[in-house]
Design a protein around this ligand. Sequence first.
Ligand SMILES: [Zn+2]
Length: 545
Amino acid sequence: MRRILLVLSCLLFASCQSNTGDAPPHVGIDRVSEREKLIDVVGMKADIARLSSDEFEGRGVGKRGDAAARAYIAQALASSGIQPGMPDGSFTQPVPITGIKSEVIRPLQAFGKGGDALFAERDDWTCFAYSPATESRIERAEVVFVGYGITAPEQNWDDFKDVDVRGKVVLIMNDDPSADPSLFAGKTRLYYGRWTYKYEEARRRGAVGAMIIHTTPSASYPFQVVQSNHAQERCWLPFSAEQPLALAMWLTEEASKRLVTLGGRDLGVLRAAAEKRDFRPVVLDVAVSVATRNDVRSLESGNVVGLLPGTDPELRDEAIVVTAHFDHLGIGTPKGGDAIYNGALDNASGCAAFLAFARALSGSRPRRSVLFVSVTAEEQGLLGSEWFARYPTIPRKKIVANFNIDGVNIWGRTRDLRLIGHGKSDLTDVLTSEANRRGRKLLPDANPEAGLFYRSDHFNFARIGVPSVFLGSGSDFLEDGETRRSVQRSYTALHYHQPSDQFDSRWRLEGAVDDLQLLFSAFCRVVDASGRPTWTRGDEFEKQR
Ligand SMILES: [Zn+2]
């Protein structure tokens, strides 16, 4: 048997040899290990420095910096030989976005049997309009505590039970229950634990207002992050016809305690009850009033879409999508005299990586097509990627995988790196083998409770059934581990979504380059593989495939 195989392989080898004379051009991405070297510190720095410069004004959606960033990215793609990806021969997929900026005209006031209270805007609470009306008004609406506010039939969990919250204001805990490891994936945050889900569910239930109780552990970021977004224009894809939720609010933990105390309740007791499946909503004997005036307008924005066509007759109709959001928060509340939220790490760095991928693929002949999609309005709720997933430029069943880049490792070279959503699909195996080959270690998400898998653009691809890859930085540094880990850890507290997320020439992009070369190499394998990646059996997104 072994001899037969040997003979066969010799024959195959011989036939390959004899074909080289009139062979068609190489099909598949050639010289991957040379190409990956085109992802380098110098190129990355140049793009990050430029896109995060004040010239782009923080790339706020619909603002001058939005158009400027799209033009810069399209130009850079074109110069790497990437074609316009839209059917009309352009790089722009327009995304219809409504911008709503709310101004509080009546501050949050609560009326309970224990007295009335006025809450300080920004310090105690923030809000935004959740409908395109020019005024949002809540008038002495009853407040109902709904625990986590989750309806999850597959977990046999329903926080609302038979309680009707139409026309009421719901007070909701952030995150999802994590005490029982068999429920809601234990400490891992599922989509049910995201604040976006809370408001969506409150709207489905017909509430007029929704208040999320902020705690730093349950949000995974401090209240100042919520405050930064306050009074900013927020962006929306077209609204569906019925949209009863008027206002979406965040309350600090302190303010939440005060609010429930007015009804003679204790927040700790309420929260403890909400950990159990038999929890029932609690009417708080508190009513609230609040109103905003809303400035509603249409914004001009879009996704940048580029295409590197595949060359394999069998596979070229399929595509792998690379994504990196280009938007950030624009110009906002000044901090320390600076009002431009430059978003250097978030996500000029991802755009630089995205453009480095384009450079590295320049002149290659991949088997499958590669779509380069730099999306808008990620910071506004992943809107650009949602739009692309709704209206992809190729049939959605032909999208084989998504590689999303949002932030890179700026702290230095590491032995390890993280795969957010580790184990969700067999893309994990491709990345693991690529990491092993380089003597590195691919680890699961260090913070599964932060729900990072649901917080960037790959989530919208997962939602339509496309397996996705999203890397996180490692922390096992080759040098100065202690110092670098502390700098890395303090980023969220100090710079995340702050004007101080600025490019610094001291950034150690060697770390990013290591990670991205590994990612690129895995990416090339997926692009050229004969088979398609698949979800792990039983994964929450498997059924969408
Ligand atoms: Zn981001």
